[in-house]
Design a protein around this ligand. Sequence first.
Ligand code: BMA
Length: 339
Amino acid sequence: MTQKSSVLINAAPLANIPWEERPAGSSEVMWRSARNPVIPRDLIPSSNSIFNSAVVPFKGQFAGVFRCDDRRRVQQLHSGKSEDGVHWTLQNERIRWIPEDGKTAEIGEFLYSYDPRVLWLEDRYYVTWCNGYHGPTIGVGYTYDFETFHQLENAFLPFNRNGVLFPRKIKGKYAMLSRPSDNGHTPFGDIYYSESPDLRYWGRHRYVMGPVGGWQATKIGAGPIPIETSAGWLLIYHGVLTSCNGFTYSFGAALLDLEQPWKVLHRGAPYILAPMTAYECVGDTPNVAFPCAALVDGATGRLALYYGAADTSTCLAFGYVDELVEWVKANAIPERYLQ
Ligand code: BMA
């Protein structure tokens, strides 16, 4: 753990984290990159759009798994690498998952894959994503090199989305957040916690939290891999409100208990970022800001968050982990409204 203000952050130093200072005069807890969108929709010839994507530090540089909807508008996952986390080279061909064994091969028929999350866990990079198997559910796989990818069993039955692993075992078990859903544009959605002895069999499901109103009135879903701090797991999550024009996707944050993460310690009432710029409000799905990954520099608390904009392009926003923790506490929804 490293010390910045009174909040300890359990993250390795990442001196080359993408970073821009808070703009002069801004009082936002997170601020957008002036270079947004950092990944345009047509970075590779095969893509209609590139968004809701996941990035990790890799061999002193960066690697990731990217949602690239193709020009048939089928959702695909592509591998990518970058020297600086801002300028990316993506493979034009989608990831071909190698089944772990014959049983995994039974679920291997490719329908669609989207909204990946990636993390380093013990000895390799794990990927979770929304995997088409008679409807959306949570796919799980791993890679060592972002070249070859291996697929495990789906974690859950359909229908489920937003499967997000914790970066370490909790009380001896792997842990995942997810958001049970329906087969369409689900008009509901709570976050649940599940545990597993082996990343294959999941159980002991626990309710974490659900919609509460305002920007998060319709449904919520976990975003980036939770960030471990001395004040709890910092969970950045998306929330959806239903307006007369459809869904609006913003994101906010909560703090979860370190050893019992289904217990919400504090939950921020305001959003951190809501769609307001042209690239968040105009695109294939207007009014969407959808976070899937965060890089953290444990030495300084700097955080670089990757989010999809309008289901079209990939953007960056910046903040400090310790400021976010203090902001969630200072702006928390009173406990009596969380029951
Ligand atoms: C969700 C997912 C996301 C998408 C969002 C807004 O159901 O499909 O990938 O960003 O809707 O369209």
